[in-house]
Design a protein around this ligand. Sequence first.
Ligand SMILES: [Zn+2]
Length: 194
Amino acid sequence: MSLLDIFFPRDCPFCENRLQSDVCLCEGELPYSDDIYAPLYYVGVVAEAIKRYKFVGKFSYAKTFARLMCEGFDRDDFDFVIAVPSYRNKTEHALILGEAVAKELNLSCKSGVLVKVKNTEKQHNLNANERATNLEAAFAVRHSNRVIGKRILLVDDVMTTGATLAECKKVLLRAGVAEIRFLTIATTENLCGN
Ligand SMILES: [Zn+2]
């Protein structure tokens, strides 16, 4: 996979038609959320698109996702972007998304600062409380001198219980980060109104 594949998308993530311009007409029909942490709900074509992105490796979708995520964002509010890391960098979809968001906002995406030091793969079988416990001490900050006093945009693909992002936030604040804002592509519907 090359960076060209990411930044020159060929297919629309949602209707899978060949893109004629940056914005596909089908975007008018997407399930938009009011959540400030995610532009879309994780349902229907959005859920299918994210699954293809994560599990089939359709990384070219990252540019469209990033454009939707960054609408209304002011790059001046942040110093840089960090993607939620995977254990031993096994999967790269969050990092590619982080890079695409950073490009959209003309910021840098810093990898290797926030690292995952514990394997929490079985997370999906757990309830909310068990997830939070399982995630304890799962993340660590390296090179904390790079984050002290900084305002960070923390990027992940989907917001489910929010446990992962909350744990990352805790670790980053402890390391001296001034401000953290989450940003994901989609949020699961059961979070509505919470
Ligand atoms: Zn489309």
